[in-house]
Design a protein around this ligand. Structure first.
Ligand code: MF3
Ligand code: CO
Length: 254
């Protein structure tokens, strides 16, 4: 296991520039979500938007084992949990769509995700989105120097399960900075008070994935897309944050 790198103010500034582009592109994408839009159109828009602002898409060219990701966004619709591949698929009224994007500026990374409704969705679906975003913020609120990683994990789990949803355990949040994925892992479940101690300068991507039904996932034959095994809907929200003396600071927020 490699060490957790604490970032200097200069490094935080670079992450903050990358993270600002992440926040801006997600905000721009949010307004384009409507029935009839193909997920690959969103991907093309995002790539252009990021390049125009002097960033580089962080996922494009990212290698996981023997596979290389070819796109700017991960777009995960309905029962797709994470890592959905942009395609000809067209969004329709009542869908939910997860948009996950990473940007690099000057060698430093920012990473965030939102899940948005396509037109009108059911009350229970809206509740899933709201609870998942709240779970993210409960987790972030625990990102305080002196606490431990699993205090974040526990707060996320407690909020999601308290609402009768389940948290995905097969994917986790992560340290971030000079690489997209650094130490430590940030699970969305666990007892409080465990794992590495949080310190000022730690930079984390906190990213709850919450399912309406059972927590288990499986991988589609495309080698990337994770879906719920029971076919239930799944939501995902993510922010890149830094632990400071004054509490957590969200970098991927406008
Ligand atoms: N956003 C994902 C994460 O937080 C990374 C996407 S994996 C990639 O871990 F291959 F698509 F880049
Ligand atoms: Co991430």
């Amino acid at each position: 296991m490699t060490e957790i790198e604490l970032k200097s103010p200069e490094e935080i500034e670079k992450m903050s520039r990358a993270s600002r582009i992440v926040a801006e592109v997600l905000e721009a994408l949010r307004h384009q979500i409507k029935p009839g839009v193909a997920t690959e159109e969103l991907d093309r828009f995002a790539e252009k938007f990021i390049l125009e602002r002097g960033g580089k898409p962080a996922f494009k060219g990212y290698r996981v084992r023997d596979k290389i990701y070819q796109h700017t966004l991960c777009v995960s619709v309905n029962e797709e949990v994470v890592h959905g591949i942009p395609s000809h698929r067209v969004l329709k009224e009542g869908d939910i769509v997860g948009l996950d994007v990473g940007v690099v500026v000057d060698g430093y990374y920012g990473d965030a995700a939102i899940t948005v409704p396509v037109g009108a969705v059911s009350d229970e679906t809206r509740r899933l989105l709201q609870v998942t975003e709240e779970a993210l913020h409960r987790g972030i609120a625990q990102a305080v120097a002196g606490k431990r990683i699993s205090d974040i994990s526990h707060a996320v789990q407690r909020h999601a399960e308290g609402a009768n949803f389940s948290v995905v355990t097969e994917f986790v949040g992560h340290g971030i900075g000079r690489r997209l994925h650094e130490e430590p892992q940030v699970p969305n479940y666990g007892e409080p008070g465990k794992g590495p101690r949080l310190r000022p300068g730690m930079t984390l991507a906190i990213e709850p994935m919450v399912n309406m039904g059972r927590p288990e996932t499986r991988l589609l034959a495309d080698g990337w897309t994770a879906v719920t095994r029971d076919g239930s809907l799944s939501a995902h929200f993510e922010h890149t944050i830094v632990v400071t003396d004054a509490g957590p600071r969200i970098l991927t927020k406008l």
